[in-house]
Design a binder for this molecule. Structure first.
Ligand code: S3P
Length: 175
């Protein structure tokens, strides 16, 4: 069984994924990190050298590799992974998907200090512009994220509590 975590940038996919994987005795992989290791380039470099369209093709290739070959893994996906190439259907065919929902205000608070590392929002400089961008972007992306098997509201819970909650909710599926 593979558990995939989907959701907007900054919702905590990798942090939660690592803790959840430990709890259920699964291995953990972050798709972006996997791409960076195999391609020997950062996501930022891939975006600036090849552009977003090429990045989405590369992302699909590694998504297939992971979901078709791994067992007993928690995989955190990129924020845009479910949006392109009908990936969300593929994700649901090969894994149990969980959408980690966080509201735009909370996402903005988390992302405002990380703008330069994130190609899609690096052109933004103020809090209010970022909030506006995220509200619109999340509105467009939500229909894809909402196809996940489990919708989980992250809110202001600790990583430990979130992971315990998720562990309880997926118990039947992983047994
Ligand atoms: C993206 C999210 C990033 C990364 C890339 C594009 C997106 O992943 O894949 O910068 O389209 O939302 P994280 O959600 O892990 O930050």
């Amino acid at each position: 069984m593979i558990i995939t975590l989907v959701g907007y940038m900054g919702c905590g996919k990798s942090t939660i994924g690592k803790v959840l994987a430990e709890k259920i005795n699964y291995k953990f992989i972050d798709l972006d990190h996997y791409i960076e290791t195999v391609e020997r380039k950062s996501i930022k470099e891939i975006f600036s050298e090849y552009g977003e369209i090429k990045f989405r093709t590369i992302e699909r290739k590694y998504l297939e590799k992971l979901l078709q070959n791994k067992k007993n893994h928690v995989v955190s996906l990129g924020g845009g992974t479910p949006i392109f190439h009908e990936n969300m259907d593929f994700i649901n065919m090969h894994s149990y998907s969980i959408y980690l929902y966080l509201k735009p205000e909370d996402l903005t608070n988390r992302l405002i200090s990380q703008l330069d590392k994130r190609p899609l929002i690096s052109h933004i400089s103020t809090y209010s512009d970022l909030l506006e961008f995220i509200k619109k972007h999340l509105f467009e992306r939500n229909p894809f994220y909402m196809k996940a098997r489990l919708i989980y509201k992250v809110e202001k819970k600790t990583i430990e509590n979130i992971s315990l909650d998720l562990q309880k909710q997926i118990k039947k599926i992983i047994e």
